[in-house]
Design a protein around this ligand. Sequence first.
Ligand SMILES: *Cc1c(COP(=O)(O)O)cnc(C)c1O
Length: 406
Amino acid sequence: MLISEGMEMTAGTIYLDNASTTPLRKGVLDAMMPFLTEGYGNPASIHPMGKAPRDAVAHARESVASLIAADPSEIYFTSGGSESDSWALKSVVLGPHSRGNHVIVSSIEHHAILNTCSYLRSMGVDVTYLPVDKDGLIDPAVVEDSIRSDTAIISVMTANNEIGSIQPIQEIGKIAHEHGVLFHTDAVQAYGQIDLNVTRDNIDLLSASAHKLGGPKGVGFLYVRKGIRLDPLIHGGEQERGIRGGTTNVPGVVGFGKAAELASISMRENSEHERMLRDHLVSRVLDEIPYTKLNGHPTSRLPGNANISFAFVEGESLLMSMAMKGICVSTGSACASGSLDPSHVLLAIGLDHATAHGSLRFTVSSENTMEEIDHTVEVLKEVVGRLRAMSPLYEDYLRNEVKEKG
Ligand SMILES: *Cc1c(COP(=O)(O)O)cnc(C)c1O
């Protein structure tokens, strides 16, 4: 009963929060089901019950590797993006093969990176936070200027989870390598959304997470280029070639593999559909609702992401009003909601606090329809109008405008 109470929004809900998480894609649960039921064996077991799970995990490892043109032996399954991010940074910097005590990251990373950096600083590590321009992009020349003789690793996300901006990672990776520095990228938002190739893109370490591309929650991987030696973050048995202990999450890994296979088949078609819906949403909102602005790069951005500022309204009120109409959007990163601080990403691209607070993130998936987008725009127009009518800021603004015009 409790579960159904919490799910009462399901029917008729328009879900535009796919950067927070995605529903399981069709076929993923079916792939997982045997390993939640009769195929429950431990893949490490020598007896016959270990065989099917072991084969299935090996197959999934190939599937997730092929989406980034990696070798399956370079994939280490983890509990998700946060673990992969923490593991990459901590192990490289604090490990015995570290080049030094300095880390370079962008100022708009996910909290899995930023809070790992805070921890590293408490351990005496120096962290350089790279600024971004008004579109949320890193300048590779600034990366190069920040490199020191003791820089151990550069970590810049492939695509941002709030504003969708896609970084020039290939150039940043090239610069890192010219200076003998390792390059890590948090590709959680990009994996399965855009074309990635660890060799072409000069990537040494890469984080991905299943639940952002139609796989289950609680499973991800860290890609580690052959030849790089990582210390474990989780000490345990011999799983994952002895550097990530813990009995393998077989159903999760299998679901991840299936989601990766589906993404490799349909990525181009799906991203075209998402881009079309997103562009329609953005152009209608900017045309039909005054005092709105798109955040993030106009073209170098994830196909499904729109982040829009609505002047004179409070994002949380807007979000709640939309939610009451069955439309699920976000005010930024899920981790930041509930806190009163404006998004660090929106501040980093130069928005003032009020504008940052009045911003919404819409992230569409291939499952969304044009009707849903049109309905969302109609609801937005009504809700923004109503909230502005109650806003003292808007009233002041209009009064001044009338005065100025004489
Ligand atoms: C969601 C997300 C993460 C965290 O992944 P989890 O699997 O939920 O731990 C990390 N980085 C980015 C960019 C994300 O969007």
